[in-house]
Design a protein around this ligand. Structure first.
Ligand SMILES: NC(=O)C1=CN([C@@H]2O[C@H](COP(=O)(O)OP(=O)(O)OC[C@H]3O[C@@H](n4cnc5c(N)ncnc54)[C@H](OP(=O)(O)O)[C@@H]3O)[C@@H](O)[C@H]2O)C=CC1
Ligand SMILES: CC(=O)N[C@@H](CCC(=O)OP(=O)(O)O)C(=O)O
Length: 310
């Protein structure tokens, strides 16, 4: 029997992208809800309970409600929302986090898909923490730009429809100005940091793509490593991984610019160490598609792991 997959929120931004990724899969049975019934709780409950794996692509409150609907049922869950990412009963769905993480995902019933910005930030911070180069007390800052699909259907309409009552006319804007963002807790927990990073997100007038930057003072790291030492740790951490690529130093040294859309429509993530050998600072940079490795691509990767397919 083919595994049954239900994407709750399949008509939203993340859900649609997962559906597209699964469209050609003959090894799965996709349970689907008509768009006009997407908020029909009874029908959703039936589909959630009939599925082997439910992928929740809903706002946080609706995700929590779906999990309650599944209490006492065997359906395994991948939640793409922020609701359960730091919850101890849930496995964090970043397969490359550390050596055992992919196996934890394979065995889990409850998997919390990471946030798009945290995927970039944690991918840069965690290897340095685990290698002992970065102390938990390091004052981490995270600066980022995302494509506007990161704001879901509402922001897409605000950016694209000039007659929208809350039309956004800016080409690039900073937000999260209170320095309180829903992604900080998971960056702190899975970055193993003593305090939440200062997080400065922004949005650009392009649909998909993302740059996440973590600038670092080398003198504040343990043993005062060089740029090459930092690059070596990242390379070792992701050795053998297919989705996360640590870009060789010669290749990054030849770049004059980094394009936020470079990996749009892909599920990969590139990590760079920028700076000058012998210098005292490096800029650690992750480039990904907010809807690829940042959301839908990661959800499909986790689903495949849970099905024992990778
Ligand atoms: N967009 C991105 O880049 C990323 C998104 N995520 C997460 O994915 C989740 C979905 O986000 P996104 O796809 O962007 O959002 P969208 O607003 O584009 O889609 C959400 C979908 O959920 C439906 N929905 C809302 N409330 C309910 C409810 N109570 N019952 C059933 N369906 C409901 C919406 O229907 P309706 O049209 O009626 O509102 C819509 O179809 C969020 O938790 C988000 O944080 C994670 C990483 C990145
Ligand atoms: C551009 C934009 O608005 N981005 C969203 C984050 C993306 C998202 O909703 O995803 P998560 O589920 O990963 O939280 C935000 O800052 O709230």
């Amino acid at each position: 029997m083919k595994p049954k997959i239900f994407i709750d929120g399949e008509h939203g931004t993340t859900g649609l992208q997962i559906r597209t990724r699964l469209a050609g899969r003959t090894d799965l049975e996709i349970l689907s809800i008509p768009e006009e019934e997407r908020r029909n709780k009874d029908l959703r409950a039936d589909l959630l309970r009939s599925a082997d794996i439910a992928i929740l692509c809903l706002p946080d409150d609706a995700s929590r409600e779906a999990v309650i609907l599944l209490e006492g049922h065997a359906t395994r869950i991948i939640d793409t929302s922020t609701a359960h990412r730091t919850h101890s009963n849930w496995v964090y769905g970043f397969a490359e986090l550390e050596a055992l993480q992919a196996q934890r995902i394979r065995e889990a019933r409850l998997v919390a898909n990471p946030g798009c910005y945290p995927t970039g930030a944690i991918s840069l911070i965690r290897p340095l923490r685990d290698a002992g180069l970065m102390g938990g007390d390091y004052p981490v800052t995270v600066n980022a730009v995302s494509g506007y699909t990161g704001g879901g259907k509402q922001m897409i309409a605000q950016m694209e429809e000039v007659n929208h009552p809350e039309h956004m006319k800016e080409n690039n804007f900073l937000y999260g100005l209170t320095l309180k963002h829903k992604h900080q807790p998971e960056m702190q927990v899975y970055g193993k940091l003593d305090q939440a990073p200062i997080f400065a997100p922004s949005v650009g007038r392009f649909p998909q793509g993302m740059i996440v930057q973590v600038p670092v003072y080398l003198d504040l790291l343990k043993g005062k490593p060089t740029l090459a030492d930092v690059h070596k740790e990242l390379t070792a951490h992701y050795s053998g991984q297919k989705i996360v690529r640590v870009v060789p130093l010669e290749e990054s040294a030849a770049l004059a610019r980094v394009d936020a859309e470079m990996l749009a429509d892909t599920d990969g993530m590139n990590l760079y160490v920028f700076g000058t050998e012998g210098g005292k600072q490096v800029n650690l940079v992750a480039v990904l598609d907010n809807l690829g490795k940042g959301a839908s691509g990661a959800a499909v990767q986790n689903m495949n792991l849970m099905l024992g397919l990778s």
